[in-house]
Write a protein that binds this ligand. Structure first.
Ligand SMILES: [Zn+2]
Length: 407
């Protein structure tokens, strides 16, 4: 378990209420309290006494509730105000005989503040149930989400609900290409995506359709995608890999109309969290089965994971400040796979030639400026300029824009 140093942050005081950051220790506290009603009642009563009398001694807090200790040190006012508000609301609801269905403690806590940042690094240790609570994705004001060091092997499709997200940190998890859902594309304001130290073979192809991205960190993924670069000098015959039908996958039969409607919505790539054409009641169902499908990068088709498809490798040269980065896509048919690979390869070759041209022009300009002036034995002043060798003629010969320079 990673804990931030207690001194790294100012305690929450009456004069420091502008903080809009929500932390992992608060999440662990709320999750624990909403899963244990007896514990929740016990601490509600103690905190109520603390609200009434500042000097009330809460007694020893067991080590297993370390997140309560940290919350009381760092966000005491916020916690006490929340408890008070909940008690008042409970009294109103009791009088009105009202029951709030589906509302969790975490939902109410998040909605009682307009949080802008969720700092949830290192909240799970190895072997924990590290399922991310769906409530955290339903905060419309969030711009910063950090989930580093959590052993995450998947990101839920709910991430697409965070329409204002600008910064997403997923560093040091166990994410593979299939772990990052296509719904991330609905985060139109995402500028920074940190994917360092995961298990990716290449970047997810749909990132290329996110023009808002300015920074994507990918270091530490299989040695900078080293093995994927073996496809760099290949073409359509090598970069499209057939993924066969998985026979042991048990499919429910027959599927409901709702299921087929959901498949069509997922394939269409519409933002079902925002599109008014999608009934709100259907959104939760779509989210619940979203990860059962692959989405074609080229056409509007979604197929169940067990159905055949194609993995496609392309290269973007350059990409956001990097010389060359591989991408991995999924396509529903060979023609869709070719529809992605062929234009991408032409673009890659064109970009590589442009880089070669710029390099040659730079070398040529340098060499023109460079000259050796010396005096011959008979006293004459002479000037020597080195011979210019065009870069393209020194390639491996496989193709003109090749980077395998034979020196
Ligand atoms: Zn397709």
């Amino acid at each position: 378990m990673m804990m931030e140093p207690l001194t790294a942050e100012k305690p929450d005081t009456l004069s420091n209420r502008t903080s809009l950051d929500f932390h992992g220790y608060e999440l662990l506290l709320l999750r624990k309290l909403q899963s244990d009603s007896a514990l929740c009642m016990e601490w509600r009563d103690k905190l109520q006494k603390k609200i009434a009398d500042e000097d009330y001694d809460l007694g020893d807090i067991p080590h297993s509730l370390w997140f309560l200790t940290v919350t009381l040190v760092r966000k005491k006012d916020r916690l006490l105000q929340f408890v008070q508000k909940q008690l008042e609301q409970a009294a109103k609801d009791y009088k009105a005989r009202r029951i709030c269905l589906g509302e969790t403690l975490l939902t109410r806590y998040l909605h009682s503040h307009m949080f802008t940042e969720l700092h949830l690094d290192g909240i799970y240790k190895y072997g924990d149930d590290n399922t991310l609570p769906p409530e955290i994705f339903r905060c419309p004001s969030i711009t910063w989400l950090s989930l580093k060091y959590n052993y995450l092997d998947r990101i839920p499709p709910d991430i697409g609900q965070m329409a204002n997200l600008e910064h997403l940190a997923l560093t040091n998890n166990k994410l593979q290409n299939k772990s990052i859902p296509y719904t991330l594309i609905f985060c139109h304001n995402l500028r920074t995506l940190l994917l360092d130290n995961n298990l990716l073979d290449a970047l997810p192809g749909f990132l290329l359709k996110m023009p808002s991205l300015e920074t994507v960190h990918r270091h530490g993924n299989h040695n900078y995608f080293k093995s994927t670069f073996m496809w760099y000098h290949t073409d359509v015959n090598e970069r499209i890999l057939s993924i066969g039908h998985v026979s042991d996958f048990v499919m429910r039969q027959p599927e409901t109309l709702q299921f087929w409607a959901t498949q069509a919505v997922i394939g269409s790539k519409v933002n079902f969290y925002r599109d008014p054409a999608v009934a709100p009641v259907l959104r939760e169902y779509i989210t619940s089965i979203y990860t059962m499908f692959n989405v074609c990068v080229y056409c509007n088709t979604a197929k169940l994971l067990n159905q055949a498809g194609y993995k496609v490798i392309t290269f973007k040269n350059p990409y956001l400040g990097n010389t060359c980065v591989p991408f991995q896509h999924w396509a529903c048919s060979l023609s869709c796979a070719m529809g992605v690979e062929i234009p991408a390869r032409y673009e890659q070759i064109k970009a590589a030639r442009e880089l070669d041209r710029e390099y040659d022009a730079y070398v040529e300009s340098c060499q023109k400026q460079y000259r050796v002036v010396y005096t011959s034995p008979d006293g004459k002043r002479l000037e020597h300029r080195p011979m210019i060798i065009p870069h393209q003629r020194r390639g491996c010969g496989f193709h003109q824009s090749c980077h395998c320079v034979l020196l």
